[in-house]
Ligand binder design. Sequence first.
Ligand SMILES: [Zn+2]
Length: 243
Amino acid sequence: MNWLDTDPALAADGWPHGWTTAGGPDFRADPRTPELAAGMQTLRAAAGLRDVAWVHQVHGGRVLRADGPGLAGDADALWTDVPGLAVVGRGADCPLVLVGGRRDDGGAVWGFAHASWRSTVAGITASLLKDMAAAGLRAATARALVCPSAGPCCYEVGDEVREAALAKLGNGANAYFTRRGDRWLLDLWAANAAQLVAAGVPGGAITFTGLCTICGGDRYPSHRRCGEGAGRFAAFIADARTP
Ligand SMILES: [Zn+2]
């Protein structure tokens, strides 16, 4: 499928996954509408997934478990251990972080976080890993991918974002900010990788596509580059492909 990109490391570890490009369906519609559900069905069929689940992303810190296909509710992270069920996140510049890992009983747990700056400051990736661990995930077996998104080269924010990050994440969050003029460049990739590592995911098991949606061309939609009319792309992870 020429509008689905994948990561070799995640694929080699056995995780069906991928992210769409600007050439695929547009996922900008309200996630509670039939229009969005239709895009999800197009993705499901193209990627050979049995079922898909998604959330209404609200830039917060809430994590949900998907019990079955369709809209799971309002949240910025979604995980599951239901066989054949893919979880799907939507983004334009916000990093989507895909995570999959094993349980001691031979099962698996997989999920994603939508790591906008507000969700990152709220600890969305840390909370996702906490809930997945409570469901039996052994973090040492986990593999994670940071999908194309606004990179540390381009993601400018103001003082209020840095102040919120320091207040919530501690002074260590200083490391994610670089001064540029009277603004700050925020490294959301590093900030979320730190939450993965703190949860026990091996640093070497985290892949960054390194593709910036703002300066990296037009392969992916970007809110900052395209403005209010920007489309959205989607990223998914599942446990098993079914014909
Ligand atoms: Zn960039």
